[in-house]
Design a protein around this ligand. Structure first.
Ligand SMILES: [Zn+2]
Length: 833
């Protein structure tokens, strides 16, 4: 068997075999084939070759072969993706580490929660024996396809290399390599690429969401955990393995820098430890230097991408005391090379980079334009991965110590003016939202306790912002200004309490506090766009009451608490149906059956995907309505209600332009579809529009409403992904059971004024004052008191217009009842008529 191996292995391997443990290889050879297959020998091409692509079954097949052939590789199936493909992780390390994985997992779990470490001696032993756990995740965004192909080559090289540097990496680190956290998307892209190869559409991105529900938002789900994929990987990372370093490999547009690597751009999230930000920067600069040394040009740091937002593959680690690294290589056209001109580079600018041809300190060596191949992307990603592993290996004990220390600081930290805990009081009458909120926390490893007897505590429901303008600029604020006057209250048995004294202290703060995004303006006085959303406070999005606990009367020994470990414990507490297997346990909230259509554009629309997600999760039946269905008409015969998810008027009407895609993917609903929609409404149907889709409907139906934010400059008004307050008319059936004041999600959304109020019934308005609850709002006066949700009668039917996003990213459970109430009244109206 040994000689068989050496036939394909290099001379170095033969030297090694001569030098060291021959018996161990002989022992393995009894059960394993000796030859480690290269990706080329299995796929028939080298990953990264122009116009080649490996689909998911080829990738998993390759990793299975590697698992069988190499004692450095162990492949584990985590579970099934949304569309039932296997989601895998490959553990790659030295043979002796792979054989002792349970031991290293145990060490990680102790380092992650220093309360498990009882003496300095024990800690020193853990630091001496532990390995740095590194996660590398490839192509969560499936059109950023090269990393998924690269993963096979990276695994092969780590499995076969015998040089001292690689051997040191393997000895000191354990790599959790995820070839893709979105297997379904790999096949959507691979199938589309093969189908269009050699046609005029070669290299175009597929005209559909590359995640069944989320599309690109599959990387916005890492605290909400709506998707199967995020649930499975979150369990792996934050309940089992606690990696010290997480590297998420992406691609960006084609015409800018060739490669972005941290340090990131401003603003930083104030809850991220400065030590982590420094470590992120250190690794980033090491990668940038290694790329430069290897002759790669066009590497950019300190630009565009920031650490403000939460919920990404590489942002979630910051709130688990870990280092999150992002890289963004310039894209080719999927696996087809692209040509980039100097003019295109010159026009490419972003925060932190004026132009991709101008040398600056953070971009010292611009790329000189030309052909750009998948191989270039792969080369940079391979060096980057290698560089990060080298850092992890060389500074092994530092990474372990810092990780452990950050956990200890989180547990011991008790900053003055900060709450001791957050509370989710029992008896809120929003049981499904409470179960989902607490369940998501448990699933990401946050400690949540149930009170088994009442407690007396000082609660602060109002978290007051600092008014000092200097402090506001840097995003800091006073957390509990009004707490001193509060008095002890009784907190009922069955409430949930989340103490800040736990390893995930910053995660709890980042999810429960309001975000106060600093005012950042360009030199021209326009708002500087944040990379992602500005606010996401989870209890606000879910309209769950979650006051801060300022003081507790009972001593810790007197408190009766149960630590929750399973979502079903919460569901059982609340007498909700339990979660079994894959099925959503939530009961359909509609009062009677309604035939619902959800418009599905042939362009792929994330808001449409999330709408389906919410309907599937709440077990509300619906049919997707395609452009062709809209054009054909007879909609009343099939539907009682039609939903238009947020999308621009042009996209809904025109879809993809003729010639840009195969004919079956071009054209929107067209004028014919619009005529059919009008017939549907006048004939008694209910039309529900979310945010941007309202523009088209207001215009085409000539409704007496006007979007007051249309065309307003960002110097006058700006509100990117924030939580705002609504005043609700809960006598309107659409707002039945909802409070008169509540939060809603606004993401560059809409606000209406009624031009004549005869037929307009206002269900909710943006609050008259203190509109912003979390995030960033410039020009509040533009929003105050304007219509946020209205219904208008048209013929025998009705149109319901949401200015905000009632189902944003599947996170805004607080505003979902508006949708269920509207639908519940859909058939009632047609029956009356
Ligand atoms: Zn991406």
């Amino acid at each position: 068997m040994i000689s068989q191996r050496s036939v394909v292995a290099c001379v170095a391997l033969m030297v090694l075999l001569a030098a060291c443990s021959v018996t161990s290889f002989a022992q393995r050879s009894a059960s394993q084939p000796a030859v480690i297959p290269s990706p080329k020998s299995v796929l028939g091409f080298t990953p990264g070759d122009d116009r080649t692509i490996a689909g998911w079954s080829q990738i998993t097949d390759y990793f299975e072969r590697l698992d069988r052939a190499s004692d450095r590789v162990l492949v584990q199936t985590l579970g099934q993706s949304t569309l039932k493909r296997p989601l895998i992780v490959a553990f790659i390390s030295a043979r002796e580490n792979i054989l002792a994985l349970p031991k290293y997992k145990e060490i990680q779990q102790q380092l992650a929660d220093p309360r498990k470490i009882t003496s300095n001696l024990q800690r020193d032993r853990l630091l001496a024996n532990g390995k740095v756990v590194v996660t590398i995740s490839c192509s969560i965004h499936s059109t950023e396809i090269v990393a998924s192909q690269m993963s096979m080559q990276l695994a092969y090289e780590l499995a076969t290399a015998q040089d001292p540097d690689t051997r040191a990496i393997l000895q000191n680190t354990i790599l959790l390599l995820i070839p893709s956290p979105n297997p379904d998307g790999i096949d959507i892209v691979a199938n589309w690429y093969r189908k269009t190869l050699g046609t005029p559409y070669e290299g175009k991105e597929p005209p559909e969401l590359y995640h069944h529900y989320a599309g690109h938002d599959d990387n916005r789900d890492w605290f909400m955990l709506n998707l199967k994929e995020t649930q499975l990987i979150t369990r792996l990372l934050w309940q089992e393995w606690f990696p010290e370093i997480v590297y998420d490999v992406h691609q960006q547009g084609s015409n800018g820098s060739r490669f972005f690597i941290p340090p990131f751009y401003d603003p930083p999230n104030p809850n991220i430890s400065p030590l982590l930000l420094r470590q992120v920067g250190l690794i980033g600069h090491k990668v940038a230097a290694d790329l430069q040394a290897a002759g790669f040009k066009g590497v950019l740091t300190n630009a565009l991408y920031d650490t403000w937002w939460h919920g990404g593959f590489r942002t979630a680690p910051y709130f688990h005391n870990s280092i999150g690294i992002l890289s963004e290589a310039a894209s080719a056209h999927l696996m087809t090379p692209s040509t980039v001109t100097t003019e295109q580079l010159a026009r490419s600018s972003t925060r932190g980079m004026r132009s991709a041809i101008e040398a600056t300190t953070n971009f010292p060596d611009p790329w000189p334009a030309g052909q750009w191949h998948p191989r270039d992307i792969m080369g940079m990603e391979m060096i980057s991965a290698r560089s990060i592993l080298e850092m992890a290996s060389k500074f092994r004990s530092e990474y372990l110590r810092n990780f452990c220390e950050l956990g200890r600081t989180s547990i011991e930290s008790s900053n003055k003016g900060e709450p001791q805990a957050y509370l989710i009081p029992a008896g809120q009458a929003r049981d499904e939202s409470v179960a989902k909120l607490v369940g998501s926390l448990i699933d990401q490893g946050v400690e949540v306790f149930r009170l088994d007897r009442e407690l007396h505590a000082v609660l602060a429901t109002q978290i007051v912002r600092r008014t000092n303008p200097v402090a506001e600029k840097v995003g800091s604020y006073r957390r509990l200004a009004s707490l001193n006057s509060s008095s002890m209250q009784e907190v009922p048995t069955g409430s949930y309490i989340i103490f800040l004294s736990q390893p995930q202290r910053t995660n709890v703060l980042a999810l429960f506090e309001p975000q106060i995004y600093p005012n950042r303006l360009t030199a021209q006085g326009e708002a500087e766009r944040p990379y992602d959303v500005a606010g996401w406070t989870l209890p606000l999005q879910m309209n769950v009451d979650a006051p801060a606990v300022v003081a507790i009367k009972e001593q810790p020994s007197e408190r009766k608490l149960t630590l929750l470990t399973d979502t079903n414990e919460v569901r059982a507490d609340l007498a909700l149906p339990l979660k079994k297997g894959d099925e959503s346990p939530i009961k359909n909230p509609l009062k009677q059956p309604v035939r619902v259509g959800i418009y599905k554009s042939s362009m792929g629309n994330m808001d449409e995907g999330w709408t389906r997600y919410v309907f599937d999760t709440f077990n509300v039946p619906y049919s997707s309505v395609r452009d062709t269905d809209m054009r054909q008409g007879s909609l009343n015969a099939k539907f009682d209600a039609m939903i238009l998810p947020s999308q621009t008027a042009t996209q809904i009407l025109n879809g993809n332009a003729a010639g840009t895609f195969p004919p079956e993917y071009t054209g929107g609903i067209t004028d014919a579809g619009m005529k059919n929609l009008k017939e549907f409404v006048t004939g008694g149907g209910m039309l529900i529009c979310f945010d941007n889709a309202c523009d088209l409907v207001i215009k085409e139906f000539n409704l007496p409403l006007r979007n007051v934010l249309e065309g307003v400059r960002s110097s006058e008004f700006y509100c990117p992904g924030s939580i705002v307050a609504l005043d609700v008319d809960n006598k309107n059936p659409i707002a039945a059971t909802l409070p008169s004041s509540m939060p809603a999600y606004f993401i560059n959304s809409s606000a209406f004024a009624a031009t004549s109020d005869a037929s307009v019934r206002v269900v909710a308005r943006y609050a008259k004052e203190n509109v912003l609850l979390s995030g960033w709002l410039l020009g509040e006066d533009k929003l105050r008191g304007q219509i946020a949700l209205a219904e208008v009668s048209v013929g025998k039917g009705r149109i319901v217009l949401f200015g905000f996003r009632p189902q944003h990213r599947g996170q805004t459970w607080g505003t979902l009842p508006f949708i269920w109430n509207a639908l519940s009244s859909a058939t009632a109206t047609s029956t009356e008529e």
